[in-house]
Design a protein around this ligand. Structure first.
Ligand code: SF4
Length: 397
């Protein structure tokens, strides 16, 4: 038996992959510890230059105390990203689906143990597909994760049932490009999967981690609006609100199409990702992004300052100054904070179900943060009484 620790950097898919490795090591009889583990697993991210640096730092730090460090995840597939790190660092260089078996094979099982282990109690991230077959000009993900491939609907639904039995209250469907999910053999589209997942007894809340606007079609809109357990929240990456920038990025929509696709979902809590400082983005283009984020009332914009990624079509382009990127990023974050606050204020006096995920706070059904006391892992009926910097202030209803 070995003692181990895992950590992840980056998105929900990285979290889900790290969770799969944890589960596999636990099932093989190894012991998870919070410090001084013999084995460290660092599931890495390469979405920006900064993400790769942080991943390298995490691996180097872990290598000082661990016997062996396994570097898995997106950055492990970037050529030479970990060259020159310590000799006890093993770079997986495999896709997310294969990483758990790779690490487990290296560490070795102690045999005869195959217990079910419940991980975080509150929400479970269930991966339904991996990879991406889009080809956005700036994005390294298709290079490190490969083209899209889906799990079978049967496997996804079985995992959700297992997570429910383990006590998870909320299920988050996760993938690199979620809407690419298809189970052709079983005839299950993504919209149908949402309906079936949301109807599993015991699923109290179902969320999508992120969805490209191209996949927000009539069938999906109906599934989201007609499945009672589906959270009225959607995270839809915008990246830019300017048509010329969107074209240069190789995104497959215009700003107007983005807006039109989301029109039937007005009222949902919408959040997004935006890249600031893409080479084709001038001041006027950035203003159009701000205006669109405001028109759509997007409450949270994850801001990514553009950094060229190796192997992509814009690998050699970085025309916008660091200063302009910082300034645009700050303005977008400020707008996003303001839009959040506006939405939170509309909630004062209303009641909602809050899933408490840490002491004193949790998320309401529309995935807005509410500050309320309750048992961690439980739904609390709450009434909003005010607004603070961190979210809606509430008391038990
Ligand atoms: S949709 Fe575009 S940004 Fe998203 S993972 Fe695929 S290539 Fe990257």
């Amino acid at each position: 038996m070995a003692t181990f620790q895992t950590r992840f950097l980056g998105c929900k898919v990285s979290f889900a992959d790290a969770q799969a490795i944890r589960e596999r090591l636990l099932a093989d009889g190894h012991e998870e510890v919070s410090e001084d583990g013999e084995i460290h697993v660092v599931n890495t991210c390469c979405v920006t230059h900064e993400a790769v640096s942080k991943s390298r730092q995490a691996a180097s730090r872990a290598a000082r105390s661990a016997r062996t460090v396994y570097v898995t995840g997106c950055a492990s597939n970037l050529e030479r990203a970990f060259a020159g790190t310590a000799p006890n660092v093993v770079v997986s260089g495999r896709t997310g689906d294969e990483a758990a078996a790779f690490v487990a094979g290296h560490v070795g099982a102690i045999g005869c143990v195959n217990a079910e282990h419940r991980l975080e109690r509150v929400r479970a991230f269930v991966k339904i597909q991996d990879g991406c077959s889009f080809s956005c000009a700036f994005c390294v993900i298709p290079l490190v994760r490969g083209g899209t491939r889906s799990r079978t609907a049967g496997a996804v639904l079985a995992e959700i049932r297992r997570r429910v039995a383990q006590g998870h209250r909320e299920i988050v469907l996760t993938g690199v490009n979620l809407g690419c999910f298809r189970d052709r053999a079983a005839g299950v589209t993504f919209a149908r999967l949402v309906r079936e997942a949301g109807s599993i007894p015991g699923v109290e809340r179902l969320r999508l981690s992120s969805i490209e606007v191209n996949h927000v079609d009539d069938a999906l809109v109906s599934a989201l609006l007609e499945t009672p357990t589906v959270s009225p929240h959607l995270h839809v990456p915008l990246q830019s609100g300017d048509d010329a920038v969107l074209r240069a990025m190789g995104r497959r929509y215009t700003a107007a199409q983005f807006e039109r696709r989301l029109a039937p979902l007005a009222g949902l809590n919408l959040t997004t990702d935006v890249i600031v400082g893409f080479p084709a983005e001038d001041d006027a283009a950035f203003e159009r992004t701000l205006a669109l984020v405001e028109r759509l009332g997007m409450t949270k914009a994850h801001v990514f300052p553009y950094s060229p990624r190796p192997g992509t079509r814009t690998a050699d382009a970085d025309a916008v100054s660091a200063h302009a990127k910082r300034e645009r990023g700050a303005r977008l974050r400020a707008l996003s904070g303001e839009l959040s606050r506006r939405r939170w204020e509309t909630r004062v006096g209303t009641t909602d179900r809050v899933l408490v995920d840490r002491p004193g706070r949790g998320y309401a059904d529309d995935y807005t943060p509410w500050l309320v006391e309750g048992e961690v892992g439980a739904f609390v009926a709450a009434r909003a009484v005010g607004v603070a910097d961190e979210g809606v202030v509430a008391v038990a209803a």
